[in-house]
Design a protein around this ligand. Structure first.
Ligand code: TYM
Length: 363
């Protein structure tokens, strides 16, 4: 059988919002008293409201009841090498770590580290890459969209999900809180773990994606049918609100968000742009959608936009203040990341040792 024909357990699974596991296969019982969480972000550009509402906000909220590992995935940022500026990448990795902390990640309660500081990730990625059927990678939506129209495609863009699987599996992860766009990669991770188990025996905890009910897919303010994305944000000023945008820029972006010529503010009946505004509002406000709809009913989109601006500015102000403090003390931040890498390495080295033993490599 050609490697591309190997069916993954979730190959036939329909796309879904539900934070359900990708397959029905039983996960090995974990020994964790509290669920273990792993998630990460690429330091490719400034983080935006989608990154916050789809992921970071939930990492912070779930921190107390869980054991958490949050990673700045700098190796992932190399998949388009033409876009890499080495000094800038290093600075952005630090900046993204600072944003995690500024948003409320407590570096004592949670492990915060930079992926490349823990070399186990790269080796585990090779071991998992060797059990990954090519067809599974070629099927990834993100691979298709990121390579579309590109003349030169680095193999890293294709093999990237094996590195993401290594990130997750090395830390014995139960839950992976991510936005909807990463759901498919987490399902692939689970499928890869199961395939590895079939070939070499049980090694991994099987993870599942956890997707937020509000904010899992924040759309571009200037194009509400397309997902808010870091790369588009760096080309088009009105596309996204960045976490470090000052209040006047937040106001300008949201007040000029694309809506329509009607006055419909009921979520069910609203156009994509209005739905996006309501979604952002709800994700930050926390009240049920019906309460928000009632507040702006019959008032027009200008009123809705003003409320969204208010809630976004209020959410970003403390993050920005704390971020400025953290960047003022880079030595402290570096020390914190060094300690994070040390802690991350303990679990990663342990899992990698099990992987090596299972496949028969290593001293
Ligand atoms: P990245 O860096 O593209 O995005 C970071 C997180 O933000 C979420 N996100 C969104 N959520 C809602 N609306 C949006 N418009 C939006 N855009 C992005 C993403 O879903 C993600 O949760 N491959 C990952 C990074 C990664 C990772 C991992 C994640 C590498 N290894 C292991 C979890 C576990 C990525 O590129 O995310």
């Amino acid at each position: 059988m050609a490697s591309t024909d190997i069916a993954s357990p979730s190959a036939a699974a329909p796309a879904s919002d539900a934070p359900a596991p990708a397959t029905d296969a039983p996960a090995p019982a974990t020994t964790h008293a509290r669920p273990r969480v792993f998630s990460g972000m690429q330091p490719t550009a400034a983080l935006h409201l989608g990154n916050y509402l789809g992921a970071l906000k939930h990492w912070v909220a779930g921190q107390v009841e869980r054991d958490n590992v949050f990673c700045v995935v700098d190796l992932h940022a190399l998949t388009i090498p033409e876009a890499v500026d080495p000094a800038d990448l290093r600075a952005k990795s630090r900046a993204v770590a600072a944003l995690y902390l500024a948003a409320g990640i407590d570096p004592e309660a949670s492990v915060v580290f930079v992926q490349s500081h823990v070399p186990e990730h790269a080796e585990a990625s090779w071991l998992l890459g060797c059990v990954t059927p090519l067809g599974w990678l070629q099927r990834m939506t993100q691979f298709k969209s990121k390579t579309h129209g590109r003349e030169s495609i680095g193999s890293g863009l294709l093999t990237y999900p094996a590195l993401m699987a290594a990130d997750i599996l090395l830390h014995d992860t139960d839950e992976v809180p991510v936005g909807e766009d990463q759901m498919q990669h987490v399902e692939l991770t689970r499928d890869l773990a199961i395939r590895f188990h079939h070939l070499f025996g049980e090694v991994f905890v099987l993870p599942r994606a956890v997707i937020p009910t509000a904010g899992a897919r924040v759309m571009g303010f200037d194009e509400p049918t397309a997902k808010m994305s870091k790369s588009t944000a760096s080309e088009r000023p009105g596309h996204a609100v960045l976490l470090l945008d000052p209040p006047d820029v937040v106001g300008k972006t949201i007040m000029s968000a694309v809506t329509d010529s009607a006055r419909e503010t009921r979520f069910e009946h609203a156009s994509p742009g209005v739905r996006n505004l309501l979604t952002v509002w709800q994700a930050l406000d926390g009240r049920p959608m019906a309460a928000l709809e009632a507040e702006v009913e019959g008032k027009g989109y200008g009123d809705l936009k003003k409320r969204v601006v208010e809630v976004v500015v209020a959410a970003l102000a403390p993050i920005q203040a704390r971020y400025a403090e953290l960047l003022n003390d880079p030595a402290e931040l570096d020390a914190l990341l060094a300690r994070g890498a040390e802690r991350a390495r303990e679990t990663a080295a342990n899992t990698l040792a099990r992987m090596r033993a299972a496949v028969g490599v290593g001293p």
